[in-house]
Design a binder for this molecule. Structure first.
Ligand SMILES: Cc1cc2nc3c(=O)[nH]c(=O)nc-3n(C[C@H](O)[C@H](O)[C@H](O)COP(=O)(O)OP(=O)(O)OC[C@H]3O[C@@H](n4cnc5c(N)ncnc54)[C@H](O)[C@@H]3O)c2cc1C
Length: 468
């Protein structure tokens, strides 16, 4: 008996994928379609919180949303989609355990997001870390704290300097946020380490362009530069990184900055595994060509049964405000596109017409460490404490689900009274170290024992008369 219920396959359970599934659960009638979401991770990550996680202001687990807790009617598969043959409506699923297999679908929603985009600069792939995942944010926090621990027991010198030097590459929103948050975090740590002074810590941000944060006005970005300078953080504009071998960050100016924490935030690119591993149309910048109604295809022609949203897609920005005519890759768009995509998909299943995506940019808000931030919407700019309140207010509300909002806001409330949690669990990377050190092991065979089993022979005992 053939199953006639349409099968919807969602590739990626991040912002756009999670919201699409969440809204499909709401809009679909019982038995109208089967929805499957495939993601190697069991959670969606609220990426705007990554800088605050790196700075210890938000508990890592609170800034992700467990798919199984919030998607009650969606089938969740812990796997990567490693191929899409849309001509046959088949996807290759590579599960986190077991063999790859093929899955048939009727409708595919591609929301596999973006990954850090790097250049072939010697040493970067081996020594830098990105900031796209919660694991990276946690590792950055733990590395900074461990480096303080190590520095506190080392004499002054190059090894200690390297440990206390942080380099961020890329002066976009994510780069500036993590740079400012870490500077603020390091200043807080200095108070807890009498062996380390503020002047021992060094913060460098490298930006190839002549300005930072293209999302805000030049005037606002200059305010951020002045603010960072006041906090002892150096921003190198018009400068490129030419090498990072052995953690020695070489700049186009000739300067070399040895660092034990190099963070790469200089751009993202649409998920190459999914884009290149499929037969859906791709535009010049490597994103899936998507129409304003979120179906894959061009204005003239759409690909039946294929949808895309978020960072992996090139969706026309009908407001005219987008870069090159397309929506910029951000959460603001990913969430709204996903909500419309779910509605449109249900409409198409019911033989109705889909609507076009239209969203005017609301502006940008960034946290720059505790009690400091920046906000820009059109010509309106807020700076300092008010902007920081706006940042927390906006993101506290934007976090999906009340359960998650509550955990994040409660954490902020606790930190306000108790201070940041300064526990460093880097040892979790090697959790068996104590057990292993003291674990009893079978005694290795001794050379004598390893030879032919000896018969018990009574050793000749010399009787010696005790003399006094
Ligand atoms: C540090 C930082 C700060 C940011 N701050 C802001 C901000 O303040 N405001 C804002 O609007 N935007 C912000 N953004 C951007 C925003 O987070 C992204 O635009 C948004 O996450 C895009 O959503 P997405 O669903 O397209 O991709 P993602 O949320 O990245 O989700 C992609 C999902 O696909 C999964 N996946 C990957 N490969 C496969 C595969 N082969 N098969 C199946 N699944 C796969 C991933 O595991 C992931 O769950 C920030 C980003 C960063 C990194």
């Amino acid at each position: 008996m053939s199953n006639t219920v349409p099968k919807i396959l969602i590739v990626g359970g991040g912002y756009a994928g999670f919201y699409t599934a969440w809204k499909l659960e709401k809009h679909l009638r019982k038995g109208e379609a089967e929805v499957t979401i495939v993601d190697p991770l069991p959670y969606m990550t609220y990426q705007p919180f990554l800088p605050e996680v790196a700075a210890g202001s938000i508990e890592a687990r609170h800034s992700v949303v467990a798919l199984r807790r919030h998607l009650k009617k969606t089938k969740i598969v812990a796997a990567k989609v490693t191929g899409i043959r849309h001509a046959d409506k088949v996807a290759t699923i590579t599960p986190i355990a077991g063999d790859p297999y093929e899955l048939e679908y009727d409708q595919i929603v591609v929301t596999a997001g973006a990954v850090s985009r790097t250049f072939p600069i010697p040493g970067i792939a081996d020594n830098a870390i990105g900031l796209k995942t919660i694991e990276e944010a946690v590792a950055i926090r733990d590395r900074l704290m461990s480096n303080f621990d190590k520095a506190s027991v080392l004499p002054p010198g190059p090894d200690r300097d390297r440990l206390l030097t942080v380099v961020v590459i890329g002066g976009g929103f994510a780069g500036i946020e993590v740079f400012a948050e870490l500077r603020n975090f390091a200043s807080a740590l200095v108070g807890r380490y009498p062996e380390v002074t503020f002047d021992d810590t060094h913060f460098h941000l490298i930006e190839a362009m002549s300005r930072i944060m293209p999302e805000v006005s030049l005037k606002t970005s200059e305010w951020v530069l002045r603010d960072l300078a006041k906090r002892g953080a150096s921003v190198h504009l018009d400068t490129q990184v030419t090498g990072a071998v052995d953690g020695n960050v070489e700049l186009s100016t000739g300067e070399v900055i040895p660092s034990d924490l190099i963070i790469w935030t200089a751009g993202v690119m649409a998920n190459p595994t999914v884009v290149r591993g499929g037969d859906l149309p791709v535009e010049e910048r490597g994103r899936i060509r998507t129409r304003a109604d979120l179906r894959v295809g061009t204005e003239e022609e759409f690909v039946e049964g294929a949808w895309a949203a978020g960072d992996v897609s090139a969706v026309p920005d009908l407001t005219g405000g987008g870069v090159g005519g397309y929506c910029v890759p951000n959460a603001q768009h990913a969430v709204r596109q996903a909500k419309l995509l779910a509605k449109n998909l249900v409409a198409v299943l019911r033989g109705e017409l889909p609507h076009e995506y239209f969203h005017k940019n609301l502006g940008a808000v960034a946290g720059l460490g505790l009690y400091n931030g920046v906000f820009q919407s059109g010509k309106i700019a807020l700076k300092g404490f008010v902007a920081w309140v706006a940042h927390r207010g906006y993101h506290g509300l934007a976090m999906p689900s009340w359960e998650r909002k509550f955990r994040v806001v409660w954490g902020w409330w606790n930190n306000f009274w108790l201070g940041r949690d300064l526990v460093n669990l880097q040892a979790v990377q090697d959790p068996r170290y104590v057990f292993e050190e003291f674990a009893a092991r079978p005694r290795p065979p001794q050379p004598a024992e390893a030879a032919a089993p000896a018969k018990a022979v009574a050793a000749p005992v010399e009787k010696v008369a005790a003399t006094s």
